[in-house]
Design a protein around this ligand. Structure first.
Ligand SMILES: Nc1ncnc2c1ncn2[C@@H]1O[C@H](COP(=O)(O)OP(=O)(O)OP(=O)(O)O)[C@@H](O)[C@H]1O
Length: 331
């Protein structure tokens, strides 16, 4: 049985639907990511789950219990937002223990719970610091500890990393995933960053205009986009209209074809009848992304960046090999 169920959920603002008849189930212990462009309804969905926003229709069920009309504080749901929203005049320990104090937990028990959770987010040494004395990443870890200390049944994270710089972001996302696994807490993470979604999730739910376009493992979304939107949003697909795809592959293609840059290999000109010319390249660290013109089609082709001496200059004639089983028709 699913742990959290969203059934036929609808939310409107000023008569305009953010989503209508939205269905989604979440398994216990799952790390699920809601991924989609700005304005597609991710935060609204999260706020409905948390009880911060009232849905117009539909049902929310957690562990078999209807929570649709429960106030937020009775839902056993923890939430972390992009802005840390810590109490500026309270220490880290007081911020983290605030929820437990409200629950009237006795001081010795509360102190132990706060110490435990601060150790988990690696902030034991900052217990007596004020939020203003912490970095952005540390403040967000306090916010995470504050959400976790009350042992929520469900943890909702709304773009918790987007205010942080790239290096801290990567470190903190790994930390979040480790802690989530350790505690086994069912988690819904909202992001518009595909890399974040691909690296973190058990399952990704891709949203567009209030609808779920596709859901599945990172691998399946990355290699088998359900439609053109999914192919444009995840990965760096070459999207070829049917006539260009037919010309390139020398077979009849009725649908738009999505080809990942790594599904095309550069080979010797003598080894294939597919010939092209290097237009330019972009260095992506361990990968070089070439633009190659072939049969009037401009293609992105990824090659491993092994040695500077093997870099192919603009104008070089190359052969191309297409990994046919990896090519994907999209509607
Ligand atoms: N309180 C509100 N009043 C009116 N319209 C709203 C309100 N909150 C959200 N919306 C609208 O609902 C739609 C979905 O917004 P939402 O914040 O859920 O999107 P999102 O996918 O989380 O976007 P982002 O990644 O930018 O946060 C948007 O068109 C937004 O303008």
């Amino acid at each position: 049985m699913s742990f959290f169920q969203i059934h036929q959920l609808a939310k409107h603002y000023a008569g305009k639907a953010v989503f209508d008849t939205l269905d989604l189930t979440i398994a216990e212990g799952e790390f699920l990511t809601l991924l989609g462009p700005s304005g597609c309804g991710k935060s609204t969905l999260l706020r409905c789950m948390a009880g911060l926003s009232r849905p117009d229709q539909g049902l929310l069920r957690m562990d078999g219990r209807d929570i649709t009309h429960l106030p937020p504080q009775q839902r056993q749901i923890g939430m972390v937002f992009q802005s840390y929203a810590l109490f500026p005049n309270m220490t880290v320990a007081e911020n983290v223990g605030f929820g437990l104090k409200m629950q009237k937990m006795a001081l010795p028990e509360r102190t132990r719970a706060v110490e435990e959770i601060l150790a988990l987010v690696e902030l034991s040494d900052k217990a007596n610091a004020l939020p203003s004395e912490l970095s952005g990443g540390q403040q967000q870890r306090v916010a995470l500890a504050r959400a976790l200390v009350v042992r929520p049944r469900l943890l909702l994270l709304d773009e918790p990393l987007s205010a942080l710089d790239a290096r801290i972001r990567r470190h903190l996302r790994e930390q979040i995933r480790t802690i989530q696994r350790q505690l086994g807490v069912t988690t819904v993470f909202v992001t518009h960053d595909q890399e974040e979604a691909l690296t973190l999730s058990d399952r990704i739910v891709l949203m567009h205009d209030g609808r779920i376009v596709q859901h599945g493992s990172a691998e399946s979304l990355y290699t088998r986009p359900a439609n053109r939107f999914a192919a444009e949003f995840i990965g760096h697909f070459n999207l070829l209209e049917p006539d260009a795809a037919s010309r390139l592959l020398r077979r009849s293609c009725q649908q738009t074809l999505a080809i990942r840059p790594e599904s095309i290999t550069l080979v010797d000109v003598g080894d294939t009848s597919h010939l092209g010319e290097i237009v330019d390249h972009q260095l992506l660290g361990n990968v070089i992304r070439y633009r190659v013109r072939c049969d009037g089609v401009m293609l992105k082709v990824d090659a491993l960046n092994r040695e500077a001496a093997t870099l192919l200059a603009a104008g070089t004639r190359v052969g191309l090999h297409f990994a046919e089983p990896e090519l994907c028709e999209v509607a």
